[in-house]
Write a protein that binds this ligand. Structure first.
Ligand code: ADP
Length: 305
């Protein structure tokens, strides 16, 4: 089984010709709503990739919270451990998208910011019983740390997506088995540049030793991914699948959710990365964050193509 601890973010996206000036009210050109947040995205991806999946996190007692519960249930994700905060509403993201694809984003964490180590303790049953726990850093770091510590002590395989990278604390490494940074995060954590292909293995090796990891997976966007398995000493560079990409939002989460599902099913790290690389690619062929995660048969088909 997979357990995901993470965020719920309702995105309300406005498009406009330009950013408004201070004090200006500007007519936008478009609007769209998406359900996202790294926690939700990863949980849905893991469930679609065939894992029995539970999510732990906090939503508000409001309409957006209901939308999340509905979506998660329709994908078979266990929502029993989702807390509803009585006062703080569900987290929201307010992106402004410009014609050139550039954006400005305001995020208001709201209920996401309310989860405490005591809440984690109350969810110990599901955290300790899962085969794999996946955590990102959009929740208060004390809660993420408590969950990683609890799961790690129970022998659960722990995965950390170090995003947003600004809140990373390397002392979390003690409780992390597999670190999955993207290229920006890997560069921020090491000061080394992933654009240089020849540097990538060195970056993975450095993170593996500094964080005392079982494995490190670096996602490289349209270039694919790299994995170092410390248990077997195996290193693998998987090139990206060529697909008709329309929207890369949530690719990293689809990748990570798939990775968690494969590891929970007993796959080796390199094989799990091969399938995650297909899942990440397929997620870029559909608009949206959580809803763009592919199912397992589609990912297997792309892998075999
Ligand atoms: P994030 O969304 O966290 O920035 P990446 O951009 O590295 O993560 O994407 C995660 C994974 O999704 C990549 O490792 C790759 O497997 C897949 N992926 C992302 N973008 C593309 C693309 N344009 N074509 C094919 N696969 C992609």
């Amino acid at each position: 089984d997979v357990c995901v601890l993470g965020s719920f973010m309702k995105d309300l996206v406005a498009s406009a010709e330009r950013r408004p000036l201070p004090g200006e009210t500007l007519h936008g050109t478009g609007f769209a709503e998406f359900l996202g947040g790294k926690g939700v995205n990863q949980a849905i991806a893991a469930a679609r990739m065939g894992a029995r999946t539970a999510i732990v996190g906090t939503i508000g007692d409001d309409r957006y919270g209901e939308e999340f519960l509905e979506l998660l249930k329709s994908d078979g994700v266990d929502t029993e451990w989702v807390l509803r905060h009585p006062d703080l509403g569900t987290g929201v993201g307010l992106p402004l998208v410009l014609p050139d694809g550039g954006n400005s984003i305001i995020i208001v964490s709201r209920a996401n910011s309310a989860i405490t180590p005591a809440d984690i303790e109350a969810a110990a049953e599901v955290l300790a019983a899962s085969g794999v726990l996946s955590v990102q850093l959009e929740l208060p770091v004390e809660a993420s740390r408590a969950a990683l510590e609890l799961a790690s002590a129970a022998g659960v395989t722990t995965i950390l997506t170090p995003a947003p990278v600004g809140t990373v604390d390397p002392s979390l490494g003690e409780f992390v088995d597999i670190l999955v940074p993207n290229e920006v995060e890997a560069a921020a954590l090491t000061g080394l540049d992933c654009d240089d292909e020849s540097e990538v293995p060195a970056i993975a090796r450095r993170l593996t030793s500094e964080w005392d990891l079982r494995g490190c997976v670096i996602t490289l966007g349209a270039r694919g991914a790299f994995v170092r398995d410390e248990l077997t000493g195996e290193e693998l560079r998987v090139p990206a699948h060529r697909v008709a990409t329309v929207d890369t939002v949530g690719a990293g989460d689809a990748f990570c959710g798939s990775l968690a599902a494969s590891l929970a099913a007993g796959a080796g790290l390199a094989d799990a990365v091969r399938l995650a690389n297909a899942a990440g690619a397929l997620s870029t062929t559909i608009h949206g964050a959580a809803v763009s995660a592919p199912d397992r048969p589609s990912a297997l088909r792309l892998l075999d193509a």
